[in-house]
Design a protein around this ligand. Structure first.
Ligand code: ASP
Ligand code: MG
Length: 409
């Protein structure tokens, strides 16, 4: 297919040093020589963004958001211009741009700006003149003409948004792993690369702890139905296609992947007097305090009081406990307990929509392995169980085996 518009995003590890930048340049040139119009989005080299943030904090522990965006956006400017130079060396034409130069217009929310529009004129002009266009990821310019960034991992979003704006034929996300796996291969040796996964499953896996792509980027890809190909920049192998509906010659597996998170803690407010509105009161306070609540369980007891348990991220535990203690005092509830030694395992798959018994199978497998379940929550396409922290990795392996994910093709 000549004259395809190909959008490629290269993550920080793919451009971490000169050798890797050269490798990326080689790949880009091979597409261009085939006749593709190539638009490249790059992340900052290696850990540059973290290093810039820590540099700023050494100077001022409370840096202003505007100056931070001025600072961290430079990481991507370095990698994009170096990449252009590497392509010039190979005698092809390339031009690098900042997000601002190509008109990625955002709102004014520094560090987590939302894209409002993208002006494609300049990019189209350069692509049509035969140049490879390289855009610094993660950044834009606000309606007030300030430099903004799109949240950590935001180069994924830059890539997807540009693919949407240019109506690209292909959007490839290059990273240092071969694609999306049935679970973390560092925890389960038999983890398998997945060929196809739906947007919904990818979003659910990401929300339950899988870290491959920025969630906002997947949401935008889903909204505009742009398939994404997540693959390794170190090999030629095909990776994982994330799409709306996986090819229907194969029936969707009931479970596509399993995840483990150890980043949450559990809080229990004991003996809460049972009156309408107390749950709303508790969770309103959490929202006001910027505490994200994940699982919630409420247990009626005989004496007309209830125990309310919920999980929050460990980072916000002390704040959440303080808020809970204030509420408990106010409504004359009992003590507030917390437990940091928990892990959450989740199974995810769109096949659950049409198969029953997945939850039962999951609970039985854990029980057979003497793993006690502390809390349960379900959605249409996922089941999550809180277990003791020490049981977490074992639970993950048990579930991976129970749903035969090592046979994934
Ligand atoms: N360099 C930015 C970060 O580390 C953006 C990205 O890599 O996508 O978060
Ligand atoms: Mg990154």
């Amino acid at each position: 297919m000549p004259n395809r518009i190909v959008v490629q995003k290269y993550g920080g590890s793919s451009v971490a040093n000169v050798e890797r930048l050269e490798n990326v340049a080689e790949r880009i040139c091979s597409y261009s020589l085939q006749g593709d119009k190539v638009l490249v989005i790059v992340s900052a080299m290696g850990d540059t963004t973290d290093e810039l943030i820590s540099l700023a904090r050494q100077i001022n522990p409370n840096p202003s958001d505007r100056e931070m965006d001025m600072l961290v956006s430079t990481g991507e400017q370095i990698s994009s211009s170096l990449l252009a130079l590497a392509i010039h060396k190979r005698s092809l034409e390339a031009i690098s741009f900042t997000g601002s130069q190509v008109g990625i217009i955002t709102d004014t929310d520094h560090a987590k700006a939302k894209i409002i529009t993208i002006e494609t004129k300049r990019i189209k002009k350069e692509l049509n003149s035969g140049k490879i266009v390289i855009v610094a990821g993660y950044q834009g310019v606000s309606i007030n003409k300030e430099i903004t960034t799109l949240g950590r991992g935001g180069s994924d979003l830059s890539a997807v948004a540009l693919a949407v704006a240019l109506k690209a034929d292909i959007c490839e996300i290059f990273t240092d792993v071969e694609g999306i796996f049935t679970t973390d291969p560092r925890l389960v040796a038999k983890a398998k690369k997945i060929d196809y996964i739906t947007f919904d499953e990818m979003l659910e896996l990401a929300a339950r702890g899988a870290q491959v792509m920025q969630t906002r980027a997947v949401e935008v890809a889903k909204k505009y139905n742009i398939p994404l190909h997540v693959r390794s920049s170190f090999s030629k192998k095909e990776g994982t296609i994330i799409m709306e509906k996986t090819p229907n010659n194969i029936e969707d597996p009931v479970v596509r992947g399993v995840t483990l998170t150890e980043s949450e803690a559990k809080i229990t407010i004991c003996q809460v007097p049972d009156f309408p509105g107390f749950a709303s009161m508790v969770f309103n306070k959490m929202t006001q305090g910027n505490v994200n609540v994940d699982m919630i369980v409420q247990n009626m007891s005989h004496d007309k009081t209830t125990d309310l348990s919920f999980t929050v991220s460990k980072d916000s535990l002390s704040k959440a406990v303080k808020l809970s203690e204030n509420i408990a005092r106010e409504i004359k509830a009992g003590e507030v307990l917390f437990d940091e030694n928990i892990a959450k395992v989740s199974v995810v798959g769109v096949g659950m929509r049409s198969h029953s018994g997945v939850a039962a199978k999951c609970f039985k497998a854990l029980a057979d392995n003497k793993i006690n379940i502390g809390m349960i929550s379900t959605s249409e396409i996922s089941i999550s169980c809180v277990v003791k922290k020490n049981d977490g990795k074992k639970a993950l392996r048990v579930l991976h085996k129970t749903f035969e994910l090592e046979k994934t093709k």
